[in-house]
Design a protein around this ligand. Structure first.
Ligand code: UDP
Length: 491
């Protein structure tokens, strides 16, 4: 890997075009879309009308170290790296061990530490002759807002969740908050948001907006979101890049364009050879060989792939129910259970299913590779937005079993807007029972009318996704429009 200085010395002296600093949280689900976006921005360098473009990804020190194990200790701009196309410069969140601040005071300290660290990065880049011209922050990242304000640099938001969720947040903080909050305990209550062509039920809202638990974390997150949404639309902070495409969410995109400069740049997934993925989880080559060979030995469209993303954790009860459900189906399955994804000791149910030899359990896999495999017949997912986009782009029917955050909205989109899957209802304890899992899997895997219609829909959506992402296609044009719109800022 070349050093950052070697990479940029090719540009010789002062860089006169754009330099986007993409600031992200250190989660798997933020890292990949940010890195791929950075690549796509950097590749616009010199493309007609775009001008010179540099892109740097800034992650917390802890995530940066996982990506670049030989990197130094601090986020002061000295330990930047490059993959030959984009640079990586870590920031310190004051914790630097991957943990989250636990209370209000700790969060305030972490925000200040992040602000200082990012400010120091800006100074380093300016001193090196390539000043940052636009800060792009992934989702709600309050310190990025502080930095952009303090240094008078434009801020663009990279919304790595559905445009429908963007609309829900926007309208929640612009006139609909009281209505939503006052009905938060009624999952079936319908709220009509401006521009969306059908109402969202309370149960379809992003979970934090309809939280009834009084959680401190949720309150903190909602306050941070409020700050962002009150600032969005101010001069220097009008642009929002959304990881979606027109055919998926036409109404939500059109609705948000009435209020903000919205650019649909998705699907930003990253599974081509030029956009290789980063895996923050252990993913040794031997393992990949093992599950790919196993998939290769299964019949076409026979395998149930089960994964709940990079953050969600299994309780013992949930693990038992998944095991029961897979047993009931009697179909081959590939189940992902991360080592850090166990709330309790779940080894008993895992050992049992493994011994039965009907499927395979892995700690992590290359998900797009698995979803691309012809033997995969359906995907049981928690509906994280990356997973939702990946499965749409790769054409696999979905069992949607959401729990938190944007996942309920994504499940609504998958089942009701796109007719690309069925929703697996969790019980009152938030558990997806084995019976429900088996019901949904069988519905998708049999040859009934609904299964056939869903397969046709996912096939159609797959082509739409591929067209959106094609070279010179809508996503690239939209990203170029963003860069050209940003040109007016630097003259
Ligand atoms: N993922 C993967 N292998 C796995 C499990 C997940 O590559 O075994 C990737 C998946 O492809 C997706 C990301 O991890 O890109 C999870 O992001 P998502 O937004 O779906 O959910 P989150 O992790 O934020 O809950």
């Amino acid at each position: 890997m070349a050093t950052d200085t070697q990479q940029h010395s090719r540009n010789g002296g002062m860089h006169t075009g754009h330099h986007f600093l993409i600031v992200a949280y250190g989660f798997q689900s933020h890292l990949n879309p940010c890195r791929v976006l950075a690549h796509r921005l950097a590749r616009l360098h010199g493309v007609h009308g775009s001008g010179p473009v540099l892109a740097t990804v800034s992650l917390p020190v802890s995530a940066h170290r996982r990506m670049f194990p030989s990197s130094g200790d601090v986020g002061n701009g000295e330990d930047t790296a490059t993959d030959g196309v984009v640079s990586y410069a870590p920031y310190s969140d004051g914790l630097d061990d991957g943990s989250m601040a636990r209370d209000g005071e700790a969060r305030a300290r972490s925000r200040q530490a992040t602000f200082e660290s990012l400010s120091s990065l800006l100074a380093t880049f300016a001193a090196r002759g390539r000043p940052v011209t636009c800060v792009v922050c992934s989702m709600v990242l309050p310190a990025a807002l502080d930095v952009a304000r303090e240094h008078a640099i434009p801020l663009a938001v990279y919304w790595i969740q559905p445009a429908t969720v963007l609309a829900a947040y926007y309208h929640y903080f612009h006139g609909h908050g009281d209505l939503v909050t006052s009905h938060a305990a009624d999952p079936a209550y319908e709220v009509s948001l401006p521009g969306l062509h059908r109402p969202l039920r309370i149960r379809d809202f992003p979970s934090f907006l309809v939280d009834t638990t009084g959680s401190e974390l949720v309150k903190f997150f909602n306050e941070s979101a409020r700050e962002l949404f009150e600032h969005l639309g101010d001069p220097g902070c009008t642009k929002v890049l959304v990881n979606t495409f027109d055919e998926l969410e036409p109404a939500a995109l059109a609705a948000m364009k009435e209020h903000l400069d919205v650019f649909a740049v998705g699907p930003v997934i990253g599974f081509s050879s030029t956009e290789a993925r980063i895996h923050l989880f252990n993913h040794a080559g031997a393992d990949e060989k093992r599950y790919m060979e196993w998939l290769g030995a299964q019949a076409a469209r026979s395998v149930v792939y089960v994964s709940f993303g990079s953050i969600w954790t299994y309780s013992k009860k949930q693990m038992e129910e998944i095991a029961n459900g897979l047993r009931r189906c009697g179909r081959p399955y590939l189940l992902v259970v991360r080592n850090d994804g166990r709330q309790e000791d779940v080894s008993r149910s895992l050992d049992d299913v493994v011994l039965e030899g009907q499927g395979m359990v892995v700690e992590w896999c290359d998900q797009p590779k698995v979803l691309s495999h012809p033997s995969v017949g359906c995907f049981v997912t928690h509906c994280g937005w990356n997973s939702a986009l990946e499965v749409m782009a790769l054409g696999v029917p979905v069992v949607a079993a959401p729990s938190l955050l944007d996942q309920p909205t994504s499940a609504f989109l998958i089942e009701e807007e796109w007719a690309a899957g069925v929703r697996g209802e969790r019980n009152s304890e938030g558990v997806l029972t084995g019976e429900e899992l088996a019901r949904c899997v069988e519905l998708l895997m049999d040859y009934g009318q609904r299964a056939i219609e869903i397969r046709e829909r996912v096939e159609a959506l797959k082509w739409m996704a591929q067209e959106a992402a094609a070279s010179g296609g809508p996503a690239e044009r939209s990203l170029r429009s963003f860069v050209m719109a940003a040109n007016s800022i630097i003259g």
